[in-house]
Every structure is written in structure tokens, then in C-alpha cells.
Design a protein around this ligand. Structure first.
Ligand SMILES: Cc1cc2nc3c(=O)[nH]c(=O)nc-3n(C[C@H](O)[C@H](O)[C@H](O)COP(=O)(O)OP(=O)(O)OC[C@H]3O[C@@H](n4cnc5c(N)ncnc54)[C@H](O)[C@@H]3O)c2cc1C
Length: 409
């Protein structure tokens, strides 16, 4: 099937709409909320909940762009500010997890409050623990079924949970928690559970102080005898015992499928931050009289022209890989390989582009008077969360070589 990435009219309208929001609503408050780490950006939250999330005013009939439109939105909004993007009220990663692992009834039950008109609410996904990051199968948080109350009881602690403060403490929000129902079953015992905000036994310990995306509430959460209803387990409660001949099982893989949808979005976020830095540096250098000569022979190019061309090529490659992963998802094709390719490429590209942007601007690039140094700090997380650079490269290698995870890790 031929791939065509010619943006549809819908995509163009979305792009213009979200770019205007980024320019007018986000950029003016970007520095303030970077400096005031973790404080709630009220004006942005209110704006997004009331107006922004409704989408472009004259929405056309959907043309089947689905995920590509979601990624165009992520790129434009993160061109405005990636941390404020992560602070937007909405189901976020919690929603992706419910969509990937939940039943139709669960998707409706847990996600419909996010479509309502009430106060702003957040969703989050809590996988990472002190000793379980890249190796998600090593998680120690437990979920035991209490026969008396017919409820699940969660115990354990989670760290680095994006949007975790909002999701855990503002009524209506949800935290999707990964826990094991049977440690002896390895990956087969790992399930995901929806914990509504303010459920007794779930406690916010605090927010992480970070290098970048400082407006994002990255939380530590503690679960102590946290009771949740039986039907808050996403998908099936069936435990597939570890089979030494096999490398995984459907339950764990089902939960991991969340990443096939979320990695292209993170890649698009990275492209947005990289484009912010590239646009800025190009405008600044143009103001100083440097115009890139795209048609000049390579031997005549200056080092700066070559740098700018390389930055543009990196960005475009990352964007095209991202759209390919989305295009496949829109058509119901397995996109595990393509999602990891996009994420790995975009994480690296944005890290390089933003560092280069600081470099090309000299001392002023290092100053807090302009946002380029912030974009450099915001960039690196795209190489860490939703699977690090190395883990995504590992997934790509496994898929291409057709090796199971036990043989290549
Ligand atoms: C700002 C921020 C927000 C986050 N948000 C969330 C969230 O919402 N929910 C959530 O659950 N988690 C979240 N995380 C956690 C993130 O997903 C983990 O940090 C990430 O998976 C890496 O795990 P780790 O930090 O334990 O590093 P480790 O797994 O200990 O890795 C350390 C280093 O070793 C490398 N490495 C590990 N294994 C291999 C291997 N097999 N081969 C080669 N190299 C390897 C890694 O690539 C990395 O460079 C967030 C993290 C950050 C920084």
C-alpha cells in the first residue's frame, strides 16, 4: 500500500490551530513555569480545559488521519512548551493504558469523565519503581485479591510518574498502576489497575526536582493496602505461568502495547522541541545576515550552513518515522518496530539539535533571557521516558533480526 504523507486539509487546520495556541497561550508563560517548578499553571489549565481541547473551531469530517493528527497536535503544542503539554488536563498515558489493555466497557467507564464538562482532571500511568525502570518485568508492587471484600489490594511504591500529582489528588483523575498478582509467574503475573484519585491507601509523597520539563508534576506515589474494586483490573485476571521455552505472554505484551501508541506521541513531542530550537536559531542567524544556501555546492558551504542543514535533516527524518508509525497504527498494522524506530531517532535528534542550537548562539544561547537553554534541558527526557534510547534500539534490533527478548537483551 503506498504511503502518502501529504497533509490533509484536516491536518493543516489542526496544525495552524495548535500553533496559534502554542504561540499565544504557551510561549508567554513558558519561562515563568520553568522557574516556578511544579506550580500549577492555572491560566493554561483553565484555557485548555475550557477551549483548547475542543480542537479547531470549524472541524471537518474526519479523513482517517487519527494518530497523525494527534502527533501534529503534540508537535505544535511542544513547540510551545513540552512541560506545559505534560501538564495539560486529560487522560494522557493513563488513557493510553486503558485504551490498550481495557475492555470496551472499561474504556467507556474510565475515560468518559475526561470528555465531560466538570473541573479539569488528569490521568497518569505508574510503572517505574526504584528497581524497575527499563526492566518493567521486575516490578515489585503487588496486587492481592481480598476474597472477603472482593477487592484488589495494592502495596508498593512508584516513582517518576508524569502528571502523578494531578491524577492522584484531583477528584475524577485516574492512575493506572502496574502490579504483579503472582511474582512466581514473572511477566505473566503483571497486570494494570485503575486507581481513582484520592483512593484511601494511595499517597502522594512528592514531586521530583528535575533538569528539564520542570512544570510537569513527576510524582512519587505510595500504595499501602490500597483497596480498589475488582473490575478495576484492566483486561483479564488470568495468570499465564512462566514457560521457560517462551519469552513472554499475552497479558504482559498487552500492557506493553500501550507503548506502540505512546512512543510515536513522545517522538512527536521531541520533534516539536527540536523545531522550536531550530526555528529560533535560524531566525536569529537570518537576522544577523546568514541565509542558508541550499543550492550551493557542498564545498562552498560554511560550517554553520552545514550544521543547520544537518539539524533540518535530523528533524525531518524523525518526523517521517513518527508519521510512518502513526500511519501503520491508523490502518491497524502492527507498528512495534516503527514506534521504537521513531522514538529512538527523535530522542537522539532533539538532543543533538537543541545542543547545537545553544552552541550556534554562543553565550546568549546559554542565557536564561531566551528559551533555547530551556529547550536543551527539556529535550533529554525524550531519550529517557517511554523506553530509553538504548531500549528502543534493542527493540528495533530484536524485531529486525527476529530474536526473542531472551536472546537479545
Ligand atoms: C521526567 C520523567 C518522567 C517519567 N514519567 C514516567 C511515567 O509517567 N510513568 C512511568 O512509569 N515511568 C516514568 N518515567 C520513568 C522512565 O520510564 C524510566 O526512567 C526509564 O524507563 C528508564 O528506567 P531507569 O530510570 O530505571 O533506568 P535504567 O533502566 O536503570 O537504565 C539506566 C541506563 O542503562 C541503560 N540500559 C538499561 N537496560 C539496558 C539494556 N538491556 N541494554 C542497554 N542499555 C540498557 C538505559 O538505557 C539507561 O541508559 C519517567 C522518567 C522521567 C525522567
Amino acid at each position: 500500500m503506498p504511503i502518502c504523507f501529504e497533509p490533509s486539509e484536516n491536518s493543516e487546520i489542526s496544525k495552524r490551530h495548535y500553533n496559534q495556541i502554542a504561540r499565544e497561550q504557551m510561549r508567554p508563560i513558558s519561562r515563568k513555569y520553568d522557574e516556578e517548578e511544579h506550580s500549577l499553571p492555572d491560566e493554561w489549565v483553565d484555557f485548555w480545559w475550557r477551549t483548547g481541547r475542543q480542537g479547531p473551531p470549524s472541524k471537518l469530517e474526519s479523513e482517517g488521519d487519527g494518530m497523525i493528527t494527534v502527533c501534529i497536535q503534540a508537535e505544535e503544542i511542544c513547540w510551545g512548551d513540552a512541560a506545559l503539554y505534560l501538564r495539560m488536563p486529560g487522560p494522557a498515558l493513563g488513557g493510553s493504558a486503558v485504551s490498550a489493555a481495557g475492555t470496551k466497557e472499561q474504556r467507556n467507564r474510565f475515560l468518559s469523565p475526561f470528555r465531560g464538562d466538570g473541573h479539569p482532571i488528569w490521568g497518569a500511568m505508574a510503572i517505574t519503581e526504584a528497581n524497575a525502570g527499563s526492566d518493567a518485568a521486575a516490578i515489585q508492587t503487588t496486587a492481592d485479591f481480598d476474597d472477603e471484600t472482593q477487592e484488589w489490594v495494592l502495596n508498593g511504591s512508584k516513582i517518576f510518574c508524569t502528571a502523578g500529582e494531578g491524577a492522584a489528588t484531583v477528584d475524577g483523575g485516574i492512575v493506572v498502576v502496574w502490579a504483579t498478582v503472582d511474582k512466581s509467574a514473572g511477566r505473566g503475573g503483571i497486570k494494570s489497575f485503575v486507581v481513582p484519585a484520592n483512593t484511601p491507601g494511595m499517597r502522594l509523597i512528592g514531586c521530583e526536582k528535575k533538569l528539564g520539563i520542570r512544570a510537569s508534576d513527576t510524582a512519587t506515589l505510595l500504595f499501602e493496602d490500597c483497596h480498589i474494586p475488582k473490575d478495576h483490573l484492566l483486561g483479564s485476571a488470568e495468570v499465564k505461568k512462566r514457560d521457560p521455552k517462551k519469552t513472554g505472554d499475552k497479558g504482559f505484551k498487552g500492557a506493553m502495547a500501550t507503548f506502540d501508541a505512546s512512543r510515536p506521541i513522545v517522538a512527536a513531542m521531541a520533534v516539536g522541541v527540536g523545531r522550536a530550537a531550530l526555528d529560533f536559531v535560524k531566525e536569529e542567524l537570518e537576522r544577523q545576515g546568514l541565509v542558508v544556501r541550499y543550492d550551493a555546492p557542498p564545498r562552498e558551504l560554511t560550517a554553520i550552513e552545514r550544521d543547520l542543514m544537518e539539524m533540518e535533516a535530523e528533524l525531518q527524518a524523525a518526523r517521517l518515522l513518527t508519521w510512518r508509525a502513526c500511519w501503520m497504527m491508523n490502518r491497524g498494522k502492527p507498528n512495534n518496530l516503527e514506534a521504537s524506530m521513531a522514538k529512538a531517532k527523535a530522542g537522539l535528534a532533539v538532543t543533538r539539535i537543541t545542543q547545537k542550537a545553544v552552541e550556534l548562539l554562543g553565550a546568549s544561547g546559554y542565557s536564561r533571557k531566551i528559551l533555547v537553554e530551556k529547550w536543551m534541558r527539556d529535550a533529554k527526557v525524550n531519550d529517557i521516558f517511554e523506553g530509553t534510547q538504548q531500549i528502543n534500539q534493542l527493540i528495533v534490533a530484536r524485531r529486525i533480526l527476529d530474536y526473542p527478548s531472551a536472546m537479545l537483551r
